[in-house]
Design a protein around this ligand. Structure first.
Ligand SMILES: Cc1cc2nc3c(=O)[nH]c(=O)nc-3n(C[C@H](O)[C@H](O)[C@H](O)COP(=O)(O)O)c2cc1C
Length: 119
């Protein structure tokens, strides 16, 4: 399973490129099996508030994080949400994508998903 957070559609697009079921983060979503998290970056390198709240309840089954950002924000905060989540929860940062990323990104994410999430 993939759990994603998307505000303007880039992350939803990324999720749609993967061969996996995906579901959007919501207030009351509770996970009871392994999943991969894909999120955008907010503020200045920040984790979106709804993702913070989701992880407070559901970090246990999160096997890795993929982040989308905009590299125009500069390298110190580009994709910062992914760096923070990986550090806070001791999980791998699978991939950092610029906006929607590219085919090589989707292939790398797919491989991780099949070996470390459902594998
Ligand atoms: C208010 C705002 C703040 C943002 N801050 C950052 C940031 O600090 N670092 C970054 O890499 N991208 C930042 N972004 C870019 C988004 O993370 C990026 O466009 C992402 O692809 C959006 O995903 P979505 O279309 O699924 O919402 C910001 C975007 C907005 C609108």
């Amino acid at each position: 399973m993939i759990v994603y957070a998307s505000r303007t559609g880039n992350v939803r697009y990324i999720a749609s490129k993967l061969k996996a079921k995906y579901i959007e983060v919501s207030e009351d979503l509770m996970m009871n099996k392994s999943y991969l998290l894909i999120t955008y970056t907010d503020g200045l390198g920040d984790i979106p508030a709804k993702v913070v709240r989701f992880l407070e309840q559901n970090a246990q089954f999160c096997k890795g994080v993929v982040v989308s950002g905009n590299s125009n924000f500069g390298h110190t905060v580009f994709g910062g949400a992914g760096d923070k989540i990986a550090a806070m929860y001791h999980i791998p940062l699978v991939r950092k994508l610029d906006l929607r990323g590219n085919k090589a990104d989707y292939e790398a994410i797919q491989t991780f998903y099949e070996t470390r999430v459902t594998g």
